[in-house]
Design a protein around this ligand. Structure first.
Ligand SMILES: [Mg+2]
Length: 248
């Protein structure tokens, strides 16, 4: 049994999106949102005084569309773009020229197999091979050698996806940026995520004596584990209900 917030002012909640709040789909566009999810997140935001943020590899605009009408603080593109609780937008330097060169190599590879999906997120470029798992090592080799000449960039490997992105940002830095501002500041950070890209966030939150929850199997720095998206949603509902009842 995972802990519940001891008071409405105690926790700051950082939630990954794909694989944590929704099941991972064959392509990013095909994701299906639980009908209750936007209102559940909106209620948690209310009960936690606004200290609920999404920390995702997706652009903020996609998160807003998928979670409408909920409109939460978001660290998008693993933190490269951030919407703070007061609505202000922050963005980290893009290294767009370097990225364009890498994108060219990724585009050429994607053109050889229509199961490969190239996603240009402007501040990063991702190559999805979920529908072509036999191409995993070719994709890895191509993207890694394309990124090699550019020290400002790195390859981030997620579940069936390779992403070329600036090295100076990760989910740990993203969580830290949000923890610096109210209403997050001074609270105990609680981070939930399912993928390797969440581990930087887990490290930061562990360092801050927070609570970290890994969703699904795999090695992790997180202190707790939930089996899947369904269990995350059950825990979030318990959280909401205990805050609403005022008995936590
Ligand atoms: Mg995820």
């Amino acid at each position: 049994m995972l802990p519940l917030p001891p008071s409405p002012h105690a926790w700051a909640l950082f939630l990954d999106f794909d694989g944590t709040l929704t099941e991972i789909a064959a392509s990013p566009d095909a994701v299906r949102i639980d009908a209750d999810l936007p209102s559940l997140l909106g209620q948690l935001e209310t009960w936690l005084g606004g200290a609920v943020a999404i920390v995702s590899g997706r652009p903020i605009a996609q998160i807003d569309t998928l979670l409408a009408p909920a409109r939460l603080p978001v660290a998008g593109l693993h933190g490269l773009e951030r919407r703070l609780p007061d609505g202000r937008m922050e963005q980290t330097d893009t290294h767009r020229t370097d990225l364009d060169s890498v994108k060219k190599a990724m585009t050429q590879l994607a053109a050889t197999d229509n199961r490969l999906l190239l996603e240009d997120k402007q501040l990063t470029v991702a190559l999805h091979y979920r529908q072509a798992p036999d191409k995993a090592s070719l994709c890895r080799k191509t993207v890694q050698s394309a990124v090699l000449p550019f020290p400002a960039l790195e390859v981030l490997e997620g579940k069936m996806v390779l992403e070329a992105r600036p090295v100076d940002m990760n989910k740990g830095v993203a969580v830290q940026a949000l923890m610096a501002v109210p209403p997050f500041r001074g609270r105990v950070p609680v981070m939930v995520g399912d993928d390797v890209t969440d581990e930087d966030g887990f490290q930061l939150v562990n360092d801050l004596q927070g609570i970290t929850v890994k969703v699904g199997p795999g090695a992790t720095r997180a202190g707790h584990r939930l089996d899947g998206v369904g269990d995350v949603l059950i825990w979030l509902k318990q959280m909401r209900d205990s805050l609403a009842a005022g008995d936590s």
